[in-house]
Ligand binder design. Structure first.
Ligand SMILES: Cc1cc2nc3c(=O)[nH]c(=O)nc-3n(C[C@H](O)[C@H](O)[C@H](O)COP(=O)(O)OP(=O)(O)OC[C@H]3O[C@@H](n4cnc5c(N)ncnc54)[C@H](O)[C@@H]3O)c2cc1C
Length: 539
């Protein structure tokens, strides 16, 4: 077996203690979208910020990698809400100084294969509704009611975010208003809410066809997050031109402009807390960086179970709090290279979601009980087809990515082994899973059979290795109703000088992590100081 060569696609500046400035106003742990957004906004306010990233390239789940002449993304397949001057788009434009450009996907941006039936999601609020009614002509009332619930979810999510950014005393004053904006329906499970609107299991399945975007099937997920995702993609899907890595590449200059830097190969071993206050971080190489403001975007689990001393976590009560949240599920990733272009192969700018039937929860349970049961969801994406710039970087080729759930426990026995050197048994297990995934691809895209030039499979151990997630969590914390109601999941912690950001603070998704970055900056500097900046971004 030939050794796998590491990717040469690198963003960020390799960490060396001597490359550090003598002083920083803040340290950010992790260079994912949450960390980069916080760092960039603080930099805009004149702060000198040091971003420390353990991976060899910056961007967290927005990073891309290259191998054997192909390039793939690991955690970005489509982003919604960027086709017009929305709040999301304005924030991306601001962070990237307008350098991040977006390409629309096909009007039918998501296709759901539910058993032997096929449904599509169409871009555009009216088109989305009309298309649903065409597919379910008897369900017009249910569909309209669903659309109005989606419409009110925007202010519910904003209220949730506002509450998170407030200090506890502000929150208690504002609580009646926040409760009014987030009626109970948003914290009920998605299936219960939808089954009160309609008893057509296919309609419910289609409405929940994007459940993989937050990692919980409808009987376990909270309706707020379901609605947030459905709204996010209501006007279709967009892809960052040049690849997902352009996201980090276009934001980093903002951090550098005020003297900050984004360091890679920079693993933080511990957040140093003395006398109840943050004093800085200790790096894996033993070097200490002093700073009284540390923002962790490395995930709540990592922050409290790995980066803080156990006694600090216990004394501050976070040990018990952690019991109210669980990791989200882990996944397999399949990265495929083909020696013909997307156009030659007829690859679409549409994501495929393949389900064995319309009972998603039952399919998940069956799969968790028996690994030979069908994958409860197989997601296929065609990144090179979505990227109008791909062929200038990799002429004559195309790529396909497949994602499917897989429990971390299946791979736990190899957890202490090094990436690329986990042995023949690990490789053959991956090959077996890869073959199963390929069968789904050949079934839906038969023209690529015999055209695959290269492929590799990632496992939850890869997510652990490259992203630091202890159990290879796909989306950080699981998006249950219980998690969404945890008030301690907020930017400010009970440890003076320690702040949190990223997908665990609000919701997963590149935009969720970006908005968490905005909330963290807001709580850190206060509403008065951030107001002029928000005005510049949004006016
Ligand atoms: C397969 C997959 C597909 C996805 N598809 C989409 C999609 O199509 N659209 C979408 O919007 N979202 C998608 N997402 C979700 C989205 O990518 C994430 O929710 C979001 O990027 C998370 O950002 P974050 O900043 O919170 O965390 P991350 O991006 O995970 O960043 C955390 C960073 O912290 C670093 N870190 C951890 N520990 C340390 C340490 N001790 N020292 C230094 N650094 C450390 C990690 O290496 C990592 O870079 C997908 C995710 C996955 C996994």
């Amino acid at each position: 077996m030939a050794a796998t060569t590491p990717s040469t696609l690198r963003i960020g500046y390799r960490y060396r203690p001597k490359r550090l400035a003598s002083r920083y106003d803040a340290i950010v742990i992790g260079s994912g979208m949450g960390g980069l957004t916080t760092a960039a906004l603080l930099s805009e306010l004149g702060w000198k910020v040091c971003v420390l990233e353990q991976h060899y390239t910056a961007g967290g789940y927005t990073h891309s990698y290259e191998r054997n002449g192909y390039e793939w993304d690991v955690g970005v397949h489509y982003i919604g809400d960027v086709g017009a001057q929305t709040r999301t788009r304005r924030m991306f434009d601001f962070l990237s100084d307008g350098n991040l450009k977006w390409a629309p996907m096909d009007a039918e941006f998501d296709r759901f294969y539910v058993g032997d039936k096929v449904f599509n999601a169409k871009a555009g609020k009216q088109e989305f509704r009309d298309n649903l009614i065409r597919q379910f002509p008897n369900e017009q009332a249910a569909i309209d009611e669903y659309m109005s619930l989606l419409a009110s979810s925007g202010s519910a999510l904003s209220a949730l975010g506002m509450g998170r950014a407030m200090k506890p005393w502000q929150q208690s004053i504002a609580q009646p208003y926040l409760n009014w904006k987030t009626p109970d329906v948003f914290f009920r499970n998605t299936y219960d809410v939808l089954s009160e609107l309609s008893d057509d299991p296919d309609l419910i399945a289609v409405l929940c066809g994007q459940w993989g975007d937050m990692g919980l099937p409808p009987k376990q997920s909270t309706f707020l997050v379901h609605a947030m995702i459905a709204r996010h993609y209501l006007y279709g899907g967009y892809y960052p031109i040049g690849g997902a890595w352009k996201i980090a590449e276009s934001i980093i200059p903002k951090i550098q402009a005020s003297g900050g830097e984004v360091f890679t190969y920079a693993t933080v071993a511990e957040i140093l807390v003395e006398d109840g206050k943050v004093r800085g971080v200790e790096m894996k190489d033993g070097h200490r960086i002093d700073c009284e403001c540390v923002i962790s975007s490395a995930g709540v689990d990592n922050t409290f179970t790995r980066l803080l001393a156990a006694d600090v976590v216990k004394q501050t009560g976070y040990k018990e709090k952690l019991e109210s949240v669980q990791p989200s599920f882990a996944h397999l990733g399949m990265y495929i290279g083909l020696a013909e272009t997307a156009e030659q192969l007829g690859l679409p700018k549409t994501n495929y979601w393949i389900y064995p039937g319309n009972d998603y929860d039952a399919a998940v349970s069956a799969f968790l009980e028996d690994s030979q049961a069908p994958f409860p969801v197989v997601y296929i994406s065609f990144p090179s087809a979505k990227d109008p710039d791909y062929l200038t970087r990799h002429p004559g080729t195309s790529t396909i990515e497949i994602v499917a759930p897989a429990p971390y426990e299946w791979f736990a026995k190899w957890r202490d082994k090094t990436w690329g050197k986990r042995g023949e048994d690990y490789e053959s297990f991956k090959a077996e899973l890869g073959e199963r995934l390929l069968e789904h691809l050949y079934d839906k895209v038969p023209q690529v059979r015999d055209k695959i030039d290269y492929f590799e499979v990632s496992t939850p151990l890869s997510t652990n290795w490259f992203g630091g997630y202890r159990q290879g969590e796909l989306y950080g914390l699981s998006h249950t109703a219980e998690r969404m109601q945890q008030k301690w999941l907020r930017p400010q912690t009970d440890i003076k000088g320690l702040w949190l950001t990223g997908q665990d603070i609000l919701t997963c998704g590149v935009t969720g992590a970006m908005m968490a970055g905005m909330l963290t900056t807001m709580s850190l500097v206060g509403a008065r100081k951030i107001a002029p900046l928000m005005k510049r971004i949004y006016n």
